[in-house]
Design a protein around this ligand. Sequence first.
Ligand code: NAD
Length: 295
Amino acid sequence: MKVGFIGVGNMGGPMCRNIIRNTNHEVVVFDLDAGAAKACTDLGASAGTSVADVAARCDVVITSLPIPRIVEAVALGPDGIAAHARAGTVFIDLSTNSPATAKRVAAGMAEKGIAMLEAPVSGGTVRAKDGTIVIMVGGDAAVFEQQLPLLKSFSAEVIHLGEIGFGSTAKLINNMLAFCNSAAAAEALMIGKRAGIDLRKLDAVIRNASGMSTGYANMANKALAGRFEATFALDLAHKDLRLALEMADELGVPGLIAPQVMSLMRMARGMGLGSADSCSMIRVYETALNEEVRA
Ligand code: NAD
């Protein structure tokens, strides 16, 4: 089978390379960043010249793109996948999107006889490299079963949530929770710093105690080391939380905690940290208190 992969950045790159390593599929990649595409062609993928070229050549087209507007343009735009793929092609979007966008894109694809799975992922770049991410899928059950071996080739867990929209719903809920944990971790570390406790020992306690979470571990790993280069950009985290808050509003669920985290992200972006890692949220506290959490 020919598999197209469009968007081989921080997440798409390692996922694409795992497909190349773990399957016999012929993989065709395209990314606006030539260096990102090269990291996949070096491993045996062939280079697509455009989105349209990949769409026309492949049986399955996968995308991992930053924001809903770009996903929609790549999927349904005049130079996009729906316009150039054959009927019968399967489109799998691994990006984090809103349920409404996923439904709109799926409807546009269906008009061209293209089935779509929305398949957002969680686990970050480390688990993307290890092939141990979780994939949460929305879409037709038969298409899901057919694509399961491909999805399993670059993940540890694949969960079918139901119809299109539920994959994004699960992903946005998960990320809202993770960002709340991460923001609370930033506050916790700052309190520890001010208290004068040995931060490495505090960290060892938390990792073995009830305060532990993936959000905590991510924040502590980056903040204690002072490493804020993006593996998951703040701009993308802000996009995810905005989509989660929109969903909560639409459903009439009053947000109390997540909007506070949104304010923290807005302040960090206002400080020019949008392209830094999402854990640079802690820089808001550090700047306000003129003290850094490093150990
Ligand atoms: P990224 O910015 O590192 O990668 C996106 C890639 O898409 C880039 O290489 C970019 O050049 C390419 N691109 C953008 N527009 C394009 C276009 N029109 N045509 C072709 N290529 C194009 O972002 P990422 O961190 O890999 O995130 C990708 C998606 O995965 C996002 O939706 C994000 O929310 C989600 N996600 C990220 C993480 C993470 O830890 N980084 C974890 C889970 C989910």
